[in-house]
Ligand binder design. Structure first.
Ligand code: HEM
Length: 340
């Protein structure tokens, strides 16, 4: 009996000793983690611990008294990835896409210059766009420009404008920008849907487009491949507007009405889609604006006045001109300009 008790006591002593040892090691390790082997302070020790904590705990959340329980999660791994995207990746994608496009256009303009109407103006005008088509185009374009400026303000404003305007003026501008971004999204969406419907028949790709692309659209070099009302380049712009516009509108409404149709992961995805499509969309529209203004003589008036010179039409859209002429006076309405 005495031997048994002594053995039991020895076991208890062993367990207590082992526990005490573990306690000492555990208590000592944070202190040693702060120090290098030579005894100097390790400045990254605490951040290493934080990193481990993030990995082990997965999230930083607690209890809160407001009804929206999502607000009780302060940090979560996907949130950190998203923040990295929003603060670093998206601004890089945007800056590269937009600056590269601007640089390309400047180089192209310096090399090629404005594409002229080769045979000069004939003085005969042909109707290209109705008043309704032009109104829809300009409404959508105006909304797009304001949406682009106010959207890019969210992506780049903090870094670029706060140093210039100061925080107060930047906050006021951003608040108005945000209102504009929200409210102009509605006419923009109406514009994109109307563009989809009113021009889809002219934008289905066909064999003529293949030939047009093979011949570099005539703009690279001095060729004039035939085209119907819209050539392959314009069809590309049309589909960018319809599909890109559809994607920014859908993702944008997910962002504007948060958590109605999706969870936090869906919200983050919506912002990634919205941001990426938007900056690429802006870059594509810069090319569209270039070709419609300084890139090509006689193009702007098509959308400004609704008419183009017949020689312009012959050079860039010969098949369309034939179609319009074949319609006779009831279809196309070629008009003579007043003699000057
Ligand atoms: C129906 C159309 C659109 C809707 C509903 C919409 C909605 C939104 C919303 C709600 C936000 C988040 C704003 C915030 O964080 O407070 C946003 C951000 C943004 N939008 Fe739009 N938007 C639309 C169209 C556009 C267009 C056409 C562009 C550019 C061409 C654009 C570019 C941007 C950009 C760059 C951001 C910032 C993205 C970021 O930095 O994460 N949006 N948009």
């Amino acid at each position: 009996m005495g031997r048994l008790l002594a053995k039991w006591l020895a076991q208890v002593r062993f367990i207590i000793g082992a526990l005490a040892l573990m306690l000492i090691v555990a208590a000592a390790s944070p202190a040693t983690a702060q120090r290098n082997p030579d005894g100097s302070v390790n400045p990254t020790a605490s951040s290493v611990k934080e990193e481990q904590l993030f990995k082990e705990m997965n999230r930083i959340s607690g209890r809160c008294s407001i009804p929206d329980q999502k607000a009780c999660t302060i940090e979560q791994p996907a949130g950190r990835d998203w923040r990295e995207f929003h603060q670093i990746t998206l601004p890089w994608i945007g800056a590269i896409a937009i600056i590269a496009m601007l640089a390309l256009l400047v180089i192209f303009y310096l090399m090629r210059g404005m594409v002229k109407i080769e045979n000069g103006r004939s003085g005969r005008l042909i109707v290209r766009f109705s008043a309704f088509e032009r109104a829809i185009h300009w409404m959508t374009a105006t909304c797009f420009v304001v949406l682009a400026i106010t959207g890019l303000n969210i992506t780049f404003g903090k870094q670029t404008l706060i140093p210039l305007l100061g925080p107060d003026a930047f906050a006021t501008w951003s608040q108005w920008g945000k209102y504009a971004h929200n409210y102009l999204s509605f006419p923009f969406t109406i514009g994109v849907v109307t563009i989809l419907l009113m021009w889809i028949a002219n934008n289905i790709p066909n064999r003529v487009d293949l030939e047009w692309v093979k011949r570099g659209g005539g703009i690279v070099g001095n060729d004039h491949p035939p085209a119907y009302k819209f050539n392959a380049g314009q069809k590309g712009i049309y589909w960018i507007v319809v599909l890109g516009g559809g994607a920014v509108a859908t993702s944008g409404y997910f962002l504007m009405f948060p958590f109605y149709a999706t969870d936090i992961a869906g919200m983050q995805l919506a912002q990634i889609v919205h941001g990426c499509v938007a900056v690429l969309f802006v870059a594509a529209m810069l090319a569209h604006i270039y070709i419609g203004t300084i890139g090509m003589e006689g193009a702007f008036e098509a959308m400004a006045e609704g008419t183009v010179d017949e020689n312009w039409a012959k050079q860039h859209h010969s098949l369309w001109l034939d179609e319009e002429k074949n319609k006779g006076p009831a279809g196309a309405t070629p008009r003579a300009t007043p003699a000057e």
